[in-house]
Design a protein. Structure first.
Length: 157
């Protein structure tokens, strides 16, 4: 508003614009009253159901042991490990019986074949392919995506 006065030298409010807005509001209000007759359509409209917690299932949260102490982030003026804070909060919920928190040692989970448990996977070589995300087992001749293999081995632990 003050910028309008300073830049254009006009009054604080544009009277003609205000009149147009009032007319438009009245017109919209009349149209809304006409639409209120269709209340049956509003009742039939799809709505999401309220959240219902399933008491039969209990969430499982798995933490790798290598996660702790790796990240120091500034929160509200103090440097702290966010993962540590998250882990402490989840442990409180674990003590209350709301979920299960488990820590695993993830040493060699991506380097061990999850089908034959051979512990020396090699990086798969292919022309035009760079990276270490795909591993091959020399014993059972399977090709693994590194993350999928690590997850499968983590589930076995």
């Amino acid at each position: 508003m003050m910028a309008n006065i300073l830049t254009h030298g006009t009054a604080k409010y544009n009277r003609s614009r205000r009149k147009r807005k009032k007319k438009k509001k009245k017109k919209d209000k009349k149209e809304d009253e006409g639409l209120s007759l269709r209340t049956d359509e509003k009742k039939l409209k799809w709505r999401t159901l309220p959240f219902q917690e399933n008491k039969e299932k209990c969430p499982l949260v798995v933490f790798g042991a290598g996660v702790f102490g790796k990240d120091m982030v500034k929160m509200k003026g103090l440097w702290c490990g966010v993962i540590g804070k998250l882990f402490a909060t989840l442990k409180k919920r674990d003590a209350a019986g709301e979920l299960i928190v488990v820590t695993i040692d993830e040493f060699k989970t991506s380097k061990t074949c999850s089908s034959c448990f051979f512990d020396d996977l090699k990086v798969a070589k292919a022309p035009g392919f760079k990276g270490k995300g795909v591993l091959s087992c020399s014993k059972c001749k399977k090709v693994w995506q590194r993350d999928v293999n690590a997850t499968t081995n983590g589930n076995d632990l």
